[in-house]
Design a protein around this ligand. Sequence first.
Ligand SMILES: NC(=O)c1ccc[n+]([C@@H]2O[C@H](COP(=O)([O-])OP(=O)(O)OC[C@H]3O[C@@H](n4cnc5c(N)ncnc54)[C@H](OP(=O)(O)O)[C@@H]3O)[C@@H](O)[C@H]2O)c1
Length: 230
Amino acid sequence: MKNTILISGTNRGIGLELVKYYANLGWRVHACCREPDAAKALSALADGDQVILHKLDVSDSRQIQHLARELSGEAIDILFNNAGIYGQADAEFGNVDEQQWLDCFRINAMSPLFVAEAFVNHVAASEKRLIATMSSKMGSMADNGSGGSYAYRSSKAAVNAVVKSMSIDLKPRGIKVVALHPGWVLTDMGGPNAEITTEESVKSLARNMESVNLENTGCFLDIDGSVIGW
Ligand SMILES: NC(=O)c1ccc[n+]([C@@H]2O[C@H](COP(=O)([O-])OP(=O)(O)OC[C@H]3O[C@@H](n4cnc5c(N)ncnc54)[C@H](OP(=O)(O)O)[C@@H]3O)[C@@H](O)[C@H]2O)c1
């Protein structure tokens, strides 16, 4: 039986590469983005059968519920919370914008939980039963040696807490949960000085997801597969 993955934020960057990777493996891919009509690169991959486009703004709970209902009865092996924003570029001490911080928190920390809640039955009905959420090393307290970036850092630290709680709550249903760091990746967010391509990142992310089981569920994995300190 073909496996299925649902990915958010797939019109560019790592999300778009995840779609290509899993489509090449022959998986059924539910590729979600905010504006499907404007998603040219993604539309070129969509065939309505193996790669299916969906409109999903992860900060809109009604859209999340609507999509979950539309896909009701379909097993989803990997639910991949990829969508994220950096938010205010200069969110430094003395300069943090309240509303932009809230927006960052909503998209990076709260939406992954709401998406997981909406799709938990789809995941529970699948073979692989994995919920993966894109975090960042910038959310690690242990790794924070440079300070600043209040909004982004705190939103990713918060989503790590969400991942940890979900791993405990969903273990009895056989669902594995993981927080992933994708490396410093050449995307709009990563910028031109980043260290690895989206292809390199996604290949490793896929390998790392395969290493998650019900024993190590709730872990925070670096791109080389090692565990990152919270
Ligand atoms: N690049 C890196 O070095 C790096 C490092 C650590 C972690 N990450 C994480 O990896 C993930 C992907 O990042 P990226 O580098 O691929 O970034 P990107 O190129 O900026 O792409 C971000 C994606 O998220 C989507 N998105 C943003 N807000 C959304 C919302 N409300 N609803 C649905 N989609 C939304 C964007 O859609 P629009 O085009 O509609 O805005 C876009 O598809 C993020 O969670 C990011 O925090 C990246």
